[in-house]
Design a protein around this ligand. Structure first.
Ligand SMILES: Cc1cc2nc3c(=O)[nH]c(=O)nc-3n(C[C@H](O)[C@H](O)[C@H](O)COP(=O)(O)OP(=O)(O)OC[C@H]3O[C@@H](n4cnc5c(N)ncnc54)[C@H](O)[C@@H]3O)c2cc1C
Length: 387
């Protein structure tokens, strides 16, 4: 299996690396250490550059105006564009443009006009509302938010928990139960955040200061029938498909800060002296660096393998679960060791480690926790009969 980069991919990787190091990272010297947005003029300048690179709209299918980039190249870019302080949850502060909610590419023409296109133009922000207080690992069983048909509308009641960015969003996808228990009873609705009955009850503060998670209270929210995305009862398939696809770029972006942390640890170990010799001469430090290297190479290989399968059109559900599991856990270890090598500086806000350290912890839970990835992999090994 050959996962080496083509000449074109190497050029793109080098270009994005230069962009992050020369254009994005220096801006962070003047920002709050937890910032996830740039002042508009700086943001506009970065967007100009990503457009010049031909990479604006990454993740948007070419027929909707995005660049012709396969999953593998996209994955390589995600490893690069996250290599700065805010990179894990705000890679390049959004300068590569948002692909929006990928499910909307399957929407009706009217839904695309109203929701998808304004999002692609950067005019509307979105949320993805699946998890509830009753549980996020097994949403097919846990969803209690209920939608009842009333004439041409649906009336929705319930609550959602952990929904990222709903406090800033214009609309989003809300998964609610329209039928009996289990997968077939879940329907996906497009709902607007200013509609009466949609209330962001509170921001839930987590280890991640940027991009808030929220709790949403839904009281008699009236949604027209034409705002069902896909089919009534087809909501779980929509959610599941999105979660599987999302796992490869999600895993790749975990590796960005980890690669950068490792690079910084190597440099620091060579210049920092204790007891009359550089840290890099000590086996205790060397082994930490070696473990970083092994973790990173293993995870990168698995992420690229999953991307290659997706590009070939092969089934990649298990590979996506494996790479999400391995990359999120490996990145946490690498950042932790790199922090340790930096001593006190490792925990100071002068350097990006402390932000990465907090935010990378969420990656073992978000987009399906490690245990859920193992459940997916076990199902593949043992057969679909597993509950
Ligand atoms: C910062 C943040 C942002 C988020 N953003 C969003 C968002 O935008 N939209 C959205 O819909 N959700 C979002 N989530 C929710 C996230 O997807 C859920 O937290 C996650 O799916 C886990 O659900 P839970 O928290 O209810 O844990 P539970 O489902 O209650 O699980 C608790 C623990 O048990 C483990 N577990 C579960 N089942 C098994 C099993 N069979 N065997 C062994 N262990 C098991 C889980 O891995 C977990 O560690 C976000 C979460 C966080 C923390």
């Amino acid at each position: 299996m050959d996962l080496s980069l083509t000449e074109e991919q190497q050029l793109i990787v080098d270009m994005v690396r230069r962009f992050v190091r020369e254009e994005v990272a220096p801006l962070e010297d003047d920002l709050d250490t937890d910032e996830d947005r740039l002042p508009p003029e700086q943001f506009a300048k970065l967007v100009e550059k990503t457009k010049e690179m031909g990479l604006y709209g990454l993740g948007i299918p070419p027929e909707y105006g995005g660049p012709e980039v396969d999953v593998m190249t996209n994955t390589l870019i995600a490893i690069e564009y996250s290599q700065h302080r805010a990179g894990l949850y705000a890679p390049c502060y959004g300068a590569f443009g948002g692909a929006g909610l990928s499910q909307l590419y399957e929407a009706t023409d009217e839904q695309k006009e109203k929701y998808l296109y304004p999002t692609l133009r950067g005019e509307k922000k979105t949320f993805f509302g699946l998890s509830e207080p009753s549980g996020g690992s097994d949403p097919a069983r846990a969803i209690q938010t209920r939608a009842e048909r009333d004439g041409d509308d649906w009336v929705i009641n319930g609550s959602k928990l952990w929904i990222s960015g709903a406090d800033r969003a214009d609309y989003g996808l809300l998964f609610a139960r329209t039928g009996g228990p289990g997968r077939a009873g879940v329907t996906c609705f497009i709902v607007e955040t200013q509609w009466p009955g949609f209330n962001v009850r509170r921001v839930v503060h987590t280890l991640r200061q940027a991009l808030h998670a929220t709790e949403i209270q839904i009281e008699n929210l009236r949604v027209p029938n034409e705002n069902i995305l896909g089919q009534e009862g087809g909501g779980f398939a929509i959610a599941n498909d999105r979660l599987t696809r999302q796992r490869i770029p999600y895993a790749a972006a975990c590796l960005g800060p980890a690669f950068k942390a490792h690079e910084m640890a190597i440099e620091y170990a060579q210049i920092r002296e204790t007891f009359g010799a550089p840290l890099s001469s000590r086996q205790g430090i060397q082994w930490m660096l070696v473990e970083n290297e092994v973790d990173l190479r293993t995870a990168r290989w698995l992420v690229l393998d999953a991307a290659a399968k997706a590009d070939r059109g092969d089934a990649f559900r298990t590979e996506a679960a494996i790479c999400k599991l391995v990359a999120s856990e490996a990145a946490g270890r690498v950042i932790d060791r790199s922090m340790q090598i930096h001593g006190g500086l490792g925990v100071a806000k002068d350097l990006p480690f402390e932000r990465w350290y907090r935010e990378i912890r969420i990656r073992r839970i978000g987009e399906g926790p490690s245990e859920v990835q193992k459940h997916v992999i076990a199902r593949d090994i043992l057969g679909a009969g597993l509950r």
